[in-house]
Design a protein around this ligand. Structure first.
Ligand code: SAH
Ligand code: SF4
Ligand code: F3S
Length: 441
């Protein structure tokens, strides 16, 4: 048996793909998966390319692994988004000791790619993007636990001008709902309580006339699964029918991630986000009318090319107006091959980007804290996810419907159970409370 170690960077889809790769290699019967790179004969890095720091981490890691091994033979394979986006450099740069690369649609060919390097000593690669591959026939090797990820669509056709994903992951394609439901049934039998439906633009899911609202409804009919989440959606794909399922179906969590990116119309247009500030605000209003207690989170990019201080202030204003529960805020990072990289020079100085990100993070932290304090005294339904916290073995940790972390004292309840918690205390990124009752479900 050859020892294989996999390291994963980037988003949930990559974490899920690593589970697919484990199954694909496992089927061969000649690979043993191990938990650290020291003993490995094959090291796979499943990479992300969405911002420059993600790339740099991987380049450093490749050198680090080779150096540590000090001449021992170890094959290094690069998978994921850098494999497609940096294929030339990965294959041709003599200073980079990479042996094979495989893009996100080529994992079924991994065993052949590895054999090719082993028998010929030549680098091998497959970065072909497919219009059809959904890995519907591969059952992921999951870690176990409370939540299972399940990719229901792959790829993205939106071409936001800053984003590399349409180039690294190719065209949108969705899985047959019957096939998704069958997998969710199996997950319920294995004891999972929650599923998170994944896709780069998950709510643009469509399969032979069936849309995302239909899929959520079907998945919610599976007995044993009590919570359904989804990520990442795009604001353009929230028809009334979908909002109604989220509002009315008790299993679908009333947490919506609504990536704003920017609050200024000129910048939104340069980004090709396809909505205006007013349209975004109208959608928020519609969501809150249907679900007053919804949790809203967002992604924001500061320092997109040509963004002025006044235009940045428009983003600040939207953040103040909407009062998101939390936000991921990023400095614009120019990505090779994207439309923005070709058309708009990255002209906002890094110092200005830093100023803007610090300002927004401070503002958002205050808002998150204020929103969390409003929960004190409320009773939340919490799914216990782990029987420890980062800080304390005497506490358990779970999440409420809005996906907020809730810490409770250790007690007569266990991972995978639902409990009623009275919220006693709030921090910007977590809540703390006491368990009132263990729920029968
Ligand atoms: N498909 C998802 C995830 C995209 S990547 C979506 O559309 O929401 C996650 C976030 O990274 C994006 O929402 C965006 O805020 C950020 N991002 C993407 N490309 C970026 C870039 N070139 N520079 C900085 N942030 C970027
Ligand atoms: Fe990237 Fe936009 Fe697609 Fe999201 S929707 S993956 S930001 S192109
Ligand atoms: Fe990164 Fe690719 Fe996911 S670029 S964010 S790993 S889709």
């Amino acid at each position: 048996m050859k020892k294989v170690y996999i390291e994963t960077y980037g988003c949930q889809m990559n974490a899920y793909d690593t589970e697919l790769v484990k199954t694909i290699l496992g089927r061969e019967g000649e690979y043993q998966l191990i938990d650290s790179p020291e003993e490995a004969e094959i090291v796979l890095l499943n990479t992300c390319s969405v911002r420059d720091n993600a790339n740099r981490k991987v380049f450093n890691r490749i050198h680090q692994i080779k150096q540590k091994r000090n001449g021992d033979r170890v094959l290094i394979g690069v998978l994921g988004c850098m494999a497609t986006n940096f294929r030339r450099q990965l294959l041709n740069d003599p200073a980079l000791p990479v042996d094979f690369i495989a893009g996100p649609d080529s994992y079924k060919r991994l065993p052949q790619l590895i054999r090719h390097v082993e028998t010929t000593g030549e680098k091998s690669f497959d970065v072909t993007l497919s219009e059809f591959e959904t890995y519907a026939d591969v059952y992921p090797t999951r870690e176990g636990g409370v939540n299972a990820w399940i990719a229901v669509m792959r790829g993205c056709d939106n071409f936001c001008t800053f984003c590399v994903v349409p180039y690294t992951r190719g065209r949108e394609r969705s899985r047959d709902p019957e096939n998704v439901v069958a997998e969710v049934r199996r997950l319920a039998e294995e004891g999972y309580r929650q599923v998170t439906l994944l896709g780069q633009n998950v709510n643009s899911y469509h399969f032979e006339g069936r849309d995302f609202a239909y899929l959520l409804q079907r998945v919610s009919e599976v007995e044993g699964i009590e919570r359904i989440r989804f990520t990442s959606p795009h604001p353009k794909d929230f028809p009334e029918s979908l909002l109604r399922v989220i509002a009315e179906n008790p299993k679908v969590c009333r947490h919506i991630h609504l990536p704003l990116q920017a609050g200024n119309d000129r910048i939104l247009q340069l980004m090709n986000r396809t909505y205006t500030r007013a349209e975004f605000l109208r959608l928020v209003e519609k969501i809150r009318t249907l679900m007053p207690d919804v949790v809203l989170t967002t992604d924001i990019i500061v320092g997109f090319p040509t963004e002025t201080d006044e235009e940045f202030q428009d983003t600040v204003q939207v953040v103040e107006e909407v009062q998101f529960d939390s936000a991921f805020i990023f400095k614009y990072s120019e990505r090779p091959r994207t439309i923005a990289a070709r058309k708009y020079p990255d002209d906002v100085p890094d110092a200005v980007k830093t100023e803007r990100i610090v300002y927004l993070n401070d503002l958002q932290k205050k808002i998150s804290y204020r929103k969390n304090r409003q929960h004190v005294g409320e009773i939340h339904e919490v799914l216990i996810e782990q029987e420890y916290t980062k800080r304390s073995p005497e506490h358990y940790q779970g999440r409420n419907e809005g996906n907020k972390i809730v810490v409770v004292p250790k007690g007569e309840y266990h991972k995978g159970q639902f409990v009623h918690v009275k919220i006693l205390e709030a921090a910007p990124h977590a809540l703390r409370g006491e368990v009132l009752a263990v729920l029968p479900k």
